[in-house]
Design a protein around this ligand. Structure first.
Ligand code: MN
Ligand code: MN
Length: 457
C-alpha cells in the first residue's frame, strides 16, 4: 500500500466511488459509449457529426467527440500545434466478455423456456453458470423503432441465468477437462416456467415459450422475430461493490477494460492545456480481435482525425499520415494481477501486483512474444522520466510466465502507423470471470499516470 496523506486517501475514495458509478452506468459497450458521450457533453465537448453537418470550422482549443455506431467514442481537445505534429492518445476498450443472445434464441424444453446464447470473448465457461444474470441491449424493429432493454439490475427486477447439474449427479461431468465441463451450447438462459392460457391446441405445446412471447410483446413491444435485429447481452446482474474486509478493492463485472476507460477519461478531462492535440479513445470488439467497424482495426481514428484536420483547414493525405506517425499513445488495457494462489502461472520478478500502481507491459503476446507490439526503449525512457517527475507510482510486468499462455491488446494496431505505443494498464484479479477485482489505489495512480502523459509528453 502506498503511503498517503489524508487528502490523498480522500481522493482515492472519491475516485473509487465515481468509478463504481461509471461501471454501473455502462455494462455493455453501447451503454458505456452513451455514458462517455454524456460526460463529454457535460464537459463542453461537441458532437463532431453536428459540426460537420453545419459546415462549421474548428480551431485550436475546441473540444469535440465522435461516436462510431453507438459502440466506440473518440474525444479530442485540439491543441495549438498543427495536427501533423502528432496527437497524444490514450486508448482503451469498452467491450467485455459476456453471453450474447442468438438471433433465433427462444425455445421451450420440458416446460421451461430458454434463450440460446453464443458467448463473446475468452471465458472459462464454467464460471458463467448458477449465477444471476441481467439482460441488456437494443432491439430494432423493422420500421426502425429502437427498443432499449435492461432487465435484472433493479432489486425488484427478476434475473435470469444458466443452470448447472447438481453435484449429486456430476460424477461424469467432474471427470471432464475444464474446457468442456460446461459446453458452449449448454450456456442457455432459463427465462420462464409459466404456461400461457390458450384454447389453441397447437399453442399448448409451447405454452411456456408462448407466455414469454406475450410478456415481451406487452412489456417491450418485442415480437419473436425481432430477435433477428437485436443485440442483447446477458451480463452479471448487480452493481460494483467494495471488496475485502478493508474495502481496499472493488469487485465488479467488466473491469477489463472499463477500468482503463474510466482512468484514462479522468486523466484526459483533468489534464492541463498544452500545445498538443489530445485524444481519448474508447473502442469496441477488443475481446474478439479488434475486428469489424467498431474495433481498433476499423478506420475510425484515422477518419475522425481526417475530418478534424479538414475542419481546421489542415487536411492533406500526407499531413494526415504525418499526424498519425508523429503521435504518441498509451494502450490502456488491464494487466494480469499476481495471484499467490496460482503462483505457478507467474514469474514473480516480472509480475504486476494489486495496489502497486498501473503496469507498463513493454510487450504482450504469447510464446516468443508472438502477436505483440514491442514498444521502443526510447519511448519507455521518456515515459519513465515523465512519471518520475510527477511521482506517479507504476510497475512493469509481463503477462504471466512464458509458455503458460498469453494475450494481446489494441497496441499493435495503431503502432502500424509508425507511432509510439505502449501498453499501460491496471492489474486485475479474476480477469474475464463474471466479477473481476481491482485495487482502489491503482484506479487513483493510473488516473494520475494518464494525466501526466497528457500534461508532459
Ligand atoms: Mn482488455
Ligand atoms: Mn480481455
Amino acid at each position: 500500500m502506498m503511503k498517503y496523506g489524508e487528502t490523498e486517501k480522500k481522493n482515492v475514495k472519491t475516485l473509487a466511488d465515481m468509478y463504481k458509478e461509471f461501471l454501473d452506468a455502462g455494462k455493455t459497450e453501447r451503454e458505456c459509449a452513451a455514458n462517455i458521450s454524456r460526460i463529454a457533453r457535460e464537459h463542453g465537448y461537441r458532437d463532431l457529426e453536428e459540426i460537420l453537418e453545419n459546415g462549421e470550422s474548428l480551431k485550436a482549443g475546441d473540444k469535440v467527440y465522435a461516436v462510431n455506431m453507438n459502440k466506440a467514442v473518440l474525444m479530442m481537445e485540439i491543441g495549438t500545434d498543427p495536427m501533423e505534429k502528432g496527437m497524444l492518445l490514450v486508448g482503451s476498450h469498452i467491450d467485455s466478455p459476456r453471453l450474447d443472445i442468438k438471433q433465433k434464441p427462444l425455445y421451450e424444453n420440458s416446460g421451461m423456456a430458454y434463450l440460446d446464447t453464443h458467448y463473446y470473448g475468452g471465458i472459462k465457461k464454467y464460471q458463467w453458470v448458477a449465477s444471476p444474470l441481467a439482460l441488456h441491449g437494443t432491439v430494432v424493429k423493422k420500421d426502425g423503432t429502437v427498443i432499449e432493454v435492461s432487465i435484472g439490475e433493479n432489486p425488484e427486477d427478476p434475473v435470469i441465468g444458466v443452470t448447472d447439474i447438481l453435484v449429486h449427479l456430476s460424477a461424469k461431468q467432474m471427470e471432464k477437462p475444464g474446457s468442456t465441463v460446461i459446453e458452449g451450447e449448454a450456456l442457455d438462459l432459463l427465462v420462464g416456467s409459466t404456461p400461457a392460457e390458450s384454447e389453441d391446441e397447437e399453442k399448448k405445446e409451447n405454452a411456456v415459450k408462448e407466455y414469454i412471447n406475450q410478456l415481451l410483446k406487452e412489456k417491450y413491444n418485442i415480437e419473436e422475430e425481432d430477435f433477428v435485429s437485436a443485440e442483447l447481452e446477458a451480463v452479471p446482474a448487480g452493481k460494483a461493490r467494495d471488496f475485502g474486509l478493508d474495502a481496499s478493492m472493488i469487485m465488479a463485472y467488466g473491469q477489463d477494460d472499463r477500468i482503463c476507460a474510466f482512468c484514462s477519461l479522468m486523466g484526459f478531462l483533468y489534464s492541463e492545456q498544452t500545445s498538443k492535440t489530445k485524444v481519448c479513445l474508447f473502442v469496441d470488439k477488443e475481446e474478439i480481435g479488434s475486428v469489424g467497424a467498431t474495433g481498433m482495426h476499423s478506420h475510425f481514428l484515422e477518419n475522425t482525425a481526417a475530418e478534424v484536420m479538414n475542419a481546421l483547414g489542415q487536411y492533406s493525405e500526407l499531413k494526415l499520415r504525418r499526424a498519425l506517425k508523429n503521435s504518441k499513445m498509451l494502450s490502456a488495457d488491464v494487466s494480469a494481477g499476481y495471484d499467490p494462489l496460482y503462483s505457478e502461472a507467474f514469474e514473480k520478478n516480472n509480475s504486476s501486483f494489486l495496489g502497486k500502481g498501473p503496469t507498463i507491459n513493454k510487450y504482450t503476446g504469447s510464446r516468443g512474444k508472438s502477436g505483440s507490439n514491442d514498444a521502443s526503449a526510447e519511448y519507455l525512457g521518456k515515459l519513465r522520466g515523465i512519471f518520475d517527475s510527477r511521482n506517479v507510482v507504476y510497475q512493469t510486468a509481463e503477462l504471466g510466465k512464458i509458455d503458460v499462455g498469453g494475450g494481446g491488446t489494441i497496441a499493435y494496431i495503431p503502432a502500424a502507423y509508425g507511432m509510439d505505443v505502449v501498453d499501460l494498464g491496471i492489474p486485475v484479479l479474476n480477469m474475464h470471470a463474471q466479477y473481476e477485482i481491482c485495487s482502489k489505489v491503482d484506479v487513483y495512480e493510473a488516473s494520475r499516470c494518464y494525466k501526466a502523459f497528457y500534461d508532459l509528453m
